[in-house]
Write a protein that binds this ligand. Structure first.
Ligand SMILES: Nc1ncnc2c1ncn2[C@@H]1O[C@H](COP(=O)(O)OP(=O)(O)OP(=O)(O)O)[C@@H](O)[C@H]1O
Length: 218
C-alpha cells in the first residue's frame, strides 16, 4: 500500500456530442508528464491525472483501484469515491450503469470481476462471505436501492425523479462508534453475475435528476 491513505485522481472526459454541437472547446489541459492540470492561469496537482492528453483513462483501475481490492483481501477497508459536478463522468467512470452484459471499462464491474476471480483462485479451504449493499444519498436522505419494497423510478423516462413513496433509512451510530445504516439490505452474493444483477436493479432505482449537463447520461 502507498503511504497516503487518500489519493486523488482526476479523469478528464472528452467533450460530448451536445457540447461539440454548441462549439465548446476543452477548458482544461494536462501538463505533460505531470499529474497536473491547468485551467486558465491556475495549475492543480493531484496524485494522478487521466484523459485528454494525459495517460489513458483505462489505466485508472490498475493504478488506483487494483491495490485497494488487493488490500481488502488482506483485511483492510477500502473506499472509491467519485466526486464531481453533474455530467462530469462519475457514473461512466464508476460503471454504475453496467447491466452485466459485455464488458464495461468502469471501475465497479472490474472490481466484481477481480473479487470473484480471486475467490475462485484461492485455496478451497478458505470460506468467503460476500455481501452487497447499494444506497443513494439524495437531497440529504439515504435510500436503500436494493429494497424491493420501494417503488422504482420510471425507467422509460429520460428525466427520472425520486419516487415519492420511497422511505429513507436512518443513519445511526453504534456503541463502538461505528456508523450503521439501520435496516439496509445486505444481500449475500455468490457469483459475479448475481452481484452485477444487484448493481443493475439498484441503478434502475436511482433518482437521477436530468440537467442540461447530464441529459445524455443513460
Ligand atoms: N471518459 C469518458 N469518455 C467518454 N464519454 C464520457 C466519459 N465520461 C463521461 N462520458 C459521457 O458524459 C456524459 C455524462 O457522464 P455521466 O453520466 O457519467 O456524469 P455524472 O457525473 O454521473 O452525472 P450526474 O451527477 O448528473 O449523474 C455521459 O453521456 C457519458 O457517457
Amino acid at each position: 500500500m502507498e503511504a497516503e491513505c487518500v489519493r486523488v485522481a482526476v479523469n478528464i472526459r472528452p467533450l460530448i456530442t451536445s457540447e461539440l454541437l454548441h462549439g465548446c472547446t476543452d477548458c482544461i489541459s494536462v501538463v505533460p508528464g505531470e499529474p497536473q492540470v491547468q485551467i486558465g492561469s491556475h495549475c492543480f496537482t493531484y496524485d494522478y491525472v487521466y484523459g485528454s492528453t494525459g495517460p489513458s483513462s483505462s489505466l485508472i483501475y490498475d493504478d488506483c483501484v487494483a491495490p485497494l481490492v488487493d488490500a481488502v483481501f488482506h483485511g483492510y477497508n477500502a473506499t472509491v469515491l467519485a466526486y464531481g459536478q453533474t455530467g462530469s463522468g462519475k457514473t461512466y467512470t464508476m460503471g454504475t450503469n453496467y447491466n452485466g452484459e459485455g464488458s464495461s471499462g468502469g471501475i465497479i464491474p472490474k472490481v466484481l470481476e477481480t473479487i470473484f476471480d480471486r475467490v475462485k483462485a484461492t485455496n478451497d479451504s478458505t470460506e468467503f462471505l460476500i455481501r452487497v449493499s447499494f444506497i443513494e444519498i439524495f437531497k440529504e436522505e439515504v435510500f436503500d436501492l436494493l429494497d424491493s419494497s420501494s417503488s422504482k423510478g420510471d425507467a422509460a423516462s429520460m428525466a427520472k425523479v425520486a419516487a415519492p413513496t420511497r422511505v429513507p433509512i436512518q443513519i445511526r451510530e453504534s456503541t463502538n462508534g461505528g456508523i450503521t445504516l439501520a435496516g439496509v439490505t445486505e444481500a449475500d452474493v455468490k457469483t459475479k453475475d448475481e452481484m452485477a444483477s444487484y448493481l443493475s436493479s439498484g441503478s434502475s432505482s436511482r433518482a437521477t435528476g436530468s440537467t442540461n449537463m447530464n441529459s445524455q447520461s443513460r
